[in-house]
Write a protein that binds this ligand. Structure first.
Ligand code: DHE
Length: 551
């Protein structure tokens, strides 16, 4: 039996789920076929709810079209040659077991986060064919574009004497907001509505603007020259996205912005002063391991901007391609594709800024790219599902080392990046206290003697509510920092201040959200930032460190 459905690829439902305050961007109805399989009934209202839950909770790992990525496919019948069973074979009971308990390989347990009604609905929804994603291109982007303050009407110099370099942009994920905090005084300067579930922030090359990108594909541009930081432009680049960057090469500072779409999967270039869309390049194409497989859903994962060349490095997740995008002609960007490994996720530069290291987390590998020469250097086996964030650069007797944590096991891997014996190999592995993985991010700073790691997705509350600190010289474990009284939730994502003597950690997914500020020397808690505006904080981005890729 088939039934017509109006498909809204919107996030309105998921906003209700998260009790969001921000606006959700536009809805775009299209007619599409959404079959209802005999025996499994999903009403229209349930279909809308299930799509919103899937988009919000599942699409990141299993793909917008349920074709699989970091997680397996979730199609009713397994595609030929795919080892993961079809969802119809798993049935409601099998799907429920996965949803409720997660997996040791990194899928979180959703029991307690999703309600019983939501879990039950998903066990039905996932046995049906996935809904179709409507088109979204330059026309739709232009329609969504809002230039709130034209460049000529903006201040020509800061309206205040604060130290913008030490501003922190902090994502209040479930509120759909970004808070700007003065890192020197810890004063909250503004809490701005930026769209649903903002994922990351990046600083402009000049250090003036903050750009945010959300799961609703909205890019928001915040001007820090105002006494109270203010949104000056916004645009929607896709239905779903995770990454954004600006041009940083000399002569191109703050000129162009690149946006990576998850759904539809494309690279969009915009004017970095106004966010006016300039061009869109779909990322579909062949997989990295030959020309046998054409991949339509080729989502754009991490993006970094080279400081040494006029290029961005865009990572095409499902295809395992690292795309070097030359932005000198933004209307027709030259793209060099480097086949690497699947599925590319997150990464950062080595200490010199010449090499880019990215996790191919389904292959348990780290890929190294020589950016100026647009060449693959090495693909290094590290551990189960490496997840470095942007990684961390430290130095000790083993040399210059870039560090990654792992989602699927308790392991920190240290890759030697400087010349000499062992370059581009794992020269050391260590573990954190306790069992299992769940680490999402590592962080250090050139002025610090410490390496920090979280365990956010570990199922054990005793581990996901702490962060661990290691000595960068000896690589010995120094301290586990436990949840302070007055805060409750999981600890996630560390960020240094500009001076490199403070570390900010978020507490989210609990009863009492907080931003914890630690003294990096003593490892004592200096300050706990809370208030009704601190709602499930996730990523924190220091303006100077983010702009200059210091980690
Ligand atoms: Fe992230 C970075 C994708 C889940 C917090 N996340 C990234 C990047 C990608 C990505 C591609 C790299 C961006 C870049 O550098 O350009 N993240 C995804 C997902 O697809 C996934 C697995 C599921 C999803 O649906 O989003 C996912 N991420 C999460 C979370 O659950 C986190 C902890 C909280 C949240 O936002 O829901 C989370 N991701 C972050 C943060 C960064 C990030 C804080 C930036 C790290 C940095 O220091 O740059």
């Amino acid at each position: 039996m088939k039934k017509k459905h109006l498909i809204y690829l919107s996030i309105a439902g998921s906003m209700a789920l998260f009790s969001c305050g921000g606006s959700g961007g536009e809805e775009k109805p299209v007619e599409a076929e959404a079959p209802v399989t005999d025996g499994i009934v999903v009403t229209d209202a349930e279909m809308e709810q299930a799509k919103a839950i899937y988009f919000d909770r599942c699409a990141g790992c299993h793909g917008s079209s349920r074709l699989g990525a970091t997680g397996p496919h979730l199609l009713p019948e397994a595609p030929e040659g795919n080892p993961a069973p079809g969802t119809k074979l798993l049935g409601a009971a099998g799907l429920r077991a996965f949803i409720e308990n997660g997996t040791p390989a990194g899928m979180p347990e959703w029991k307690g986060i999703m309600t019983e009604q939501e879990i039950e609905l998903m066990t039905r929804f996932l046995q049906l064919d996935p809904p179709v994603v409507p088109p979204f291109g330059l026309t739709e982007m232009n329609e969504s574009w809002k230039l709130i303050v034209p460049v000529a009407d903006r201040p020509t110099k800061p309206q205040h004497s604060r130290n913008i370099d030490n501003y922190f942009g902090v994502i209040m994920r479930d509120a759909g907001k970004v808070a700007v905090i003065d890192g020197d005084t810890k004063e909250q300067l503004a809490v701005l509505p930026t769209g649903f579930a903002v994922h990351i922030l990046r600083g402009s090359a000049s250090g003036r603007y903050i750009y945010s990108v959300g799961r609703d594909g909205r890019v928001t541009m915040i001007d820090t020259y105002y006494d109270e930081p203010k949104i000056v432009a916004e645009v929607r680049g896709a239905f779903d996205a995770r990454s954004v960057e600006v041009s940083k090469f000399k002569g191109y500072e703050d000129k162009y912005l690149v946006f990576g779409g998850y759904s539809p999967a494309h690279i969009a270039i915009m004017d970095a002063q106004t966010l006016e869309p300039i061009s869109v390049t779909p990322t579909a194409g062949n997989a990295c391991d030959g020309d046998k497989e054409f991949i339509e859903e080729a989502r754009v994962a991490a993006i970094v901007a080279s400081h040494t060349d006029p290029v961005w490095i865009c990572n095409i997740k499902e295809r395992g391609m690292v795309s070097i995008v030359d932005y000198t002609d933004p209307k027709a960007p030259q793209i060099t594709e480097i086949p690497t490994a699947r599925f590319l996720h997150d990464g950062g530069f080595d200490v010199t800024g010449r090499y880019f290291l990215v996790a191919a987390n389904a292959a348990n590998k780290i890929v190294v790219i020589d950016v100026p020469n647009k060449k693959l250097v090495e693909i290094i086996e590290t551990g189960t599902k490496p997840h470095p964030g942007r990684g961390a650069n430290i130095k000790n007797d083993l040399g210059e080392l870039w560090v990654t944590s792992h989602l699927g096991e308790n392991k920190l891997s240290f890759i030697k990046t400087d010349e000499g014996e062992g370059q581009w190999t794992v020269v050391k592995e260590i573990t954190a206290p306790g069992n299992g993985g769940g680490a999402l991010f590592v962080k250090s700073h050139p002025k610090s003697k410490h390496l920090w790691v979280d365990r956010t997705l570990n199922p054990d509350a005793a581990l996901h509510s702490v962060v661990d600190v290691f000595d960068t010289k000896t690589l010995e474990h120094k301290k586990t920092l436990t949840m302070p009284e007055g805060a409750d939730g999981r600890m996630v994502h560390m960020e240094y201040n500009k001076a490199g003597d403070e570390v900010w950690v978020s507490v989210f997914m609990g009863e009492k959200s907080a931003i914890l500020v630690y003294d990096d020397k003593t490892l004592e808690l200096k300050q706990m930032i809370q208030g009704d505006w601190v709602q499930n904080p996730t990523g924190k981005f220091n303006m100077y460190n983010t702009t200059h890729d210091i980690y």
